[in-house]
Design a protein around this ligand. Sequence first.
Ligand SMILES: N[C@@H](CCC[C@H](N)C(=O)O)C(=O)O
Length: 288
Amino acid sequence: MDFAKYEALGNDYIVIDPSITGFVPLPENVRLACDRHHGLGGDGLLYGPLPAEEGFRLLTFNADGSECPQSGNGLRIFARYLRESGHTDADAFTLHSSAGPATVRVVDLDSGTVSAALGTASLDSRAVGAAGPARTLLREPLLAAGEPWEVTCVQLGGPHCVIPVAGRIADEALARTVGAAVRDHAMFLDRINVELLDVIDRETLRIEIFERGAGYTLASGSSACAAAVATHALGLTGSRVTVRMPGGEVEVGIGEDGTVTLTGVVRPVLRGRWAAGIGQRLAEGALA
Ligand SMILES: N[C@@H](CCC[C@H](N)C(=O)O)C(=O)O
């Protein structure tokens, strides 16, 4: 086997396991693997397990080849892969990503329900990577795509910009237009993931997502968590919410210690081998 592919509500990831296959995780190789016409296709790529003092370590990449600190869906997908590939038989263990350690729990392998504790969130502009004076990014005015918005920004495994769109239809077209403008906005020094938000009630949110590094996606775990943190900070929701996304829904809980936990289903799609040519290309390239 050269690769495995999994999806979480349509947010799909390629899993490359260096213990069984050659692959040099260069940006151009990640882009080729994730290309939906010339490669396997995916919103991102998970590379691991890598050596760790305890638990397992992985690298997480977006489809454009950029490395991201942490993916909520990626962590849960990788946890299921590790169980199904025999790397572990534990129900709960630690995954180390660039954002730090996260405890994952295989709640029910048959249904594919896996949870991940993503750590604590910050609304501090310095944590989010927003230009300007240090401040809490709650209802921050932002002009993008020719319109004024009030955004709430969250750092949770990566930067997120949550935009309530009450009174408008938050659909794919709006997500692609506003998402691209906000993702690349000059205020955000390392780009940003964008969530258009509908608050259904105190226990239910709906979001449309435009990810940095992947564009429009059907689901995003960290985006769902960021939206839940933002609405909790705005006093619109409690500490447990259901987040509906085009690909399906997840549960998000915010603990008394601020730990944000994501729970939902992840599913295997396929395991396969690269054709000789592309396989050789992906295994080449000297890491800098
Ligand atoms: N889809 C992921 C988010 C991936 C990372 C994001 N694109 C970033 O660059 O921060 C998720 O499920 O969290």
